[in-house]
Design a binder for this molecule. Structure first.
Ligand SMILES: Cc1cc2nc3c(=O)[nH]c(=O)nc-3n(C[C@H](O)[C@H](O)[C@H](O)COP(=O)(O)OP(=O)(O)OC[C@H]3O[C@@H](n4cnc5c(N)ncnc54)[C@H](O)[C@@H]3O)c2cc1C
Length: 220
């Protein structure tokens, strides 16, 4: 069975920034409307299979931003980290259903999985009751200053390799396990690596959260 590829449109790079070693944001001119939480398919060369990226910017901005880390053996991210202003990227129309609800929400992310939540916050979506963010190192809590300014004590950072002020040691999944109960009538949005998403899903299901209240975006 052949999978239909998404149509790709040429966009001009406006800027690229290495926000912390190995982690980049790329801004390109926005051509399409989107709902925060959606993704685009993106490539530098139409002959190569595109990769998916969550949009990490406001749906009102003139540009669209993505956030990525370089996979040293990856096909796209090493050359993508070398682009310059004025270069062309080929990008699909936005798509995806990882979008805000009308309910109370908890957001849970690891690493670059914070991207859709940045878009939600910058677009003016209802803020979550809590945002749990996991990272190996403190520098890799991407956008942590912006998030802290908005969410204050509802922003919980979990670090597995380093200690720091206001940082909770260990995995966010362990913290969830240790909670006596979790709020019901709340949607849980999970975004990041497959291990975290599967672990957290199982833990919160075991604490009585209904399956239909769990939204997952897996970066495989
Ligand atoms: C819905 C969705 C949203 C996503 N959003 C984001 C985002 O916002 N930010 C982000 O950084 N990423 C995101 N991703 C991941 C992203 O799509 C890419 O997978 C990632 O950036 C790596 O791309 P790459 O081409 O550099 O690496 P790839 O070429 O895809 O390789 C990835 C890794 O797999 C290894 N690998 C490749 N082929 C093989 C093989 N045959 N056997 C074993 N190992 C292999 C490589 O060595 C490398 O380490 C998302 C993924 C999905 C599905």
């Amino acid at each position: 069975m052949t999978r239909k590829r998404k149509e790709l449109f040429a966009h001009k790079i406006e800027s690229i920034t290495e926000i912390t070693p190995g982690y980049f944001t790329v801004n390109f001119t926005r051509k399409f409307d989107f709902t925060p939480g959606q993704v685009v398919a993106l490539t530098l060369n139409k002959e190569n299979d595109p990769r998916l990226y969550s949009i990490a910017s406001s749906n009102k901005a003139s540009y669209m931003r993505i956030l990525f880390d370089v996979k040293p053996d990856g096909k796209l991210t090493p050359p993508l980290s070398q682009v310059e202003k004025g270069d062309t990227v080929y990008v699909s129309k936005p798509f995806g259903k990882f979008i805000p609800s009308q309910d109370k929400e908890w957001w849970i992310a690891t690493g670059t999985g914070i991207a859709p939540f940045i878009s939600m916050m910058e677009s003016g979506s209802e803020l979550p009751q809590k945002l749990l963010h996991g990272s190996r190192t403190i520098d890799n809590f991407l956008f942590q200053d912006d998030i802290s300014n908005q969410l204050k004590s509802d922003y919980l950072r979990f670090c597995t390799k380093e200690k720091g002020e206001g940082i909770i040691e260990g995995r966010l999944s362990n913290w969830l396990k240790s909670q006596e109960s979790l709020p019901q009538n709340t949607k849980f949005y999970l975004c990041g690596n497959p291990e975290m998403v599967v672990d957290v899903r199982d833990i919160i299901l075991s604490k009585g959260v209904a399956f239909e209240n769990i939204m997952a975006e897996i970066y495989f």
